[in-house]
Design a protein around this ligand. Structure first.
Ligand code: SAM
Length: 158
């Protein structure tokens, strides 16, 4: 496992903390699917990962994770045709334009009980608090990589 394994494990722990049975998960800016290496089949019924890097999505699809599909899309132009229980922004929010508008838009794609999970390189307490003004912060875990970099991994209920 790489130096960032604690961040991925914290996300998996928060998925399990929701106590949702076999949730449907959307991972926005999923990259090549690194998170999926930490998930087990019991953690979700369907996993959709999207990223605008076709190379990353090719690699994710090649890995053939069970019940997981991966699509090349730009998050700014992505309007899902389905709803989810958990939506993840893992080290991606600050790469987007109009960040809070995007978060608000994706908050309309939840089933009855919805949760967001965010990870922030360097902590980004400013974003943690900005999101807390809109959603209920259930759990914030601060993890430290082996190279000393801090991450905040946050679970919010909508
Ligand atoms: C730092 S990587 C994180 C990847 C993955 N979430 C992880 O933590 O392993 C950021 C990812 O966001 C993707 N990304 C950035 N802006 C995007 C956008 N507008 N639409 C889709 N993907 C985007 C990049 O291609 C990249 O894979």
């Amino acid at each position: 496992m790489g130096k960032e394994n604690l961040r991925y494990q914290a996300i998996v722990n928060q998925i399990r903390e929701t106590q949702l049975t076999q949730p449907r998960i959307l991972d926005l800016g999923c990259g090549y699917g690194a998170l999926n290496d930490y998930l087990s089949q019991e953690d979700y019924s369907h996993f959709l990962g999207v990223d605008f890097s076709s190379n990353a999505i090719q690699r994710a699809n090649d890995a053939q994770y069970p019940n997981a599909t991966f699509e090349v899309v730009d998050i700014h132009q992505f309007y899902p045709k389905e709803t989810f229980d958990i939506i993840i922004f893992n080290e991606v929010l600050y790469y987007l334009e109009d960040q809070m508008d995007i978060v608000n838009r994706f908050s309309t794609y939840f089933n009855a009980k919805g949760f967001f999970i965010f990870s922030f390189y360097g902590g980004r307490e400013d974003l943690v608090h900005e999101l807390e003004e809109k959603f209920q912060l259930i759990h914030k875990e601060t993890v430290k990589q082996t190279d000393g970099v801090l991450w905040n991994v946050c679970l919010y209920k909508i």
